[in-house]
Design a protein around this ligand. Structure first.
Ligand SMILES: C[S@@+](CC[C@H](N)C(=O)[O-])C[C@H]1O[C@@H](n2cnc3c(N)ncnc32)[C@H](O)[C@@H]1O
Length: 297
């Protein structure tokens, strides 16, 4: 008799936690008070560190407008980090209830400690999130630089496209017809064959974000076809590159404290991967697409 072992289809939860469950205070030192771990909207020439918090808030407000989320009943944030979007939706934009999902228990604890009864962060994967009995579908959804963690890199191209399809079907099932879903995601182009770059990409995929696949745009297009209408799409690599450069400056300014909070190896890991992201985005090897989608009926 042949036994067929179930194949792993998702990146390892512990590998994701390895990145996100370093102490919240280290993230606070690197990311600043807004605790956004994604691209921001700077004007050309603005000081990256001085304007970091404002640049993140501008991004959150622009996304809220794109999703038509203000003054709605319920909004979902998939891969919600430390809950900054959830908090802003409910305290600034009049959303009644904002729910986030994350794999990180330290992030969920951080969100709880914000003591905002209108927000909730659940430690669960996007795939396991369900509407409660009698709960109406969400009015809007976001996924901000989290999709990069959702699909296992060792799958075949066909399997990866199927997994993106499962993701978009899941979001479709959670939203009202006509609702908007705003996605910010890195995608990757074919890298030029440069030794250092290939080593750096290997480091990202094997050590820092083990098993995570940075999508290719055609994989996403195939995944959402027929489920969502593409309302707007634009490539904003500078939004994420500038954030990485700002975080590197903040880390450099308080490096000794960062080492005391964790250890030399952890700090060196952050320095290396943030620099890789910054230069690959600046060189347009990685993109950072903002995609506004409208749920088809
Ligand atoms: C780079 S952070 C972005 C956080 C936040 N959206 C922001 O912009 O600050 C990626 C987030 O995705 C979450 N994540 C990774 N895999 C996930 C999964 N399978 N289901 C839900 N969240 C996941 C992580 O826990 C983390 O909160």
């Amino acid at each position: 008799m042949t036994t067929v072992e179930a194949r792993t289809i998702n990146p390892d939860v512990e590998a994701i936690r390895h990145h996100y469950e370093v102490p919240n205070e280290l993230y606070r030192l690197i990311l600043g008070p807004t605790m956004m771990y994604s691209g921001g909207y700077w004007e050309d020439g603005e000081d990256l560190v001085a304007v970091l918090d404002e640049a993140q808030e501008r991004k959150l407000d622009a996304f809220t407008d794109l999703a038509r989320a203000a003054h709605t009943d319920t909004v979902l944030d998939i891969g919600c980090g430390w809950g900054t979007m959830l908090n802003r939706l409910t305290t600034v934009h009049g959303v009644k209830k904002a729910v986030g999902v994350t794999l990180s228990r330290t992030q969920a604890d951080f969100v709880d400690a914000l003591n905002n009864p209108a927000i909730e962060a659940r430690v669960e994967s996007w795939e396991d999130h369900r509407l409660a009995d009698g709960q109406a579908p969400y009015d809007a959804a976001f996924c901000i630089n989290a999709l990069e963690h959702f699909v296992l890199s060792s799958l075949t191209p066909k399997e990866r496209t199927q997994r993106y399809r499962v993701f978009f079907k899941q979001v479709h099932s959670l939203l009202k017809p006509g609702a908007r879903f705003v996605l910010h995601t890195m995608t990757v182009e074919n890298p030029p064959l440069r030794r250092q770059l290939l080593d750096d990409l290997k480091f990202l995929q094997r050590e820092e974000f083990e098993g995570c696949h940075i999508p290719r745009l055609p994989e996403l297009a195939a995944g959402l076809d027929g489920l969502f209408e593409v309302t707007e799409i634009r490539n904003e690599p500078e939004s994420f590159a500038r954030a990485c450069r700002a975080w590197l400056q903040l880390l450099a300014a308080r490096r000794d404290e960062a080492v005391t909070m964790t250890d030399e190896t952890t700090v060196a890991r952050f320095e290396r991967y943030l620099d890789i992201f910054a230069y690959t985005l600046e060189d347009h090897i990685f993109n950072n697409f903002r995609v506004t989608l409208t749920r088809r009926a």
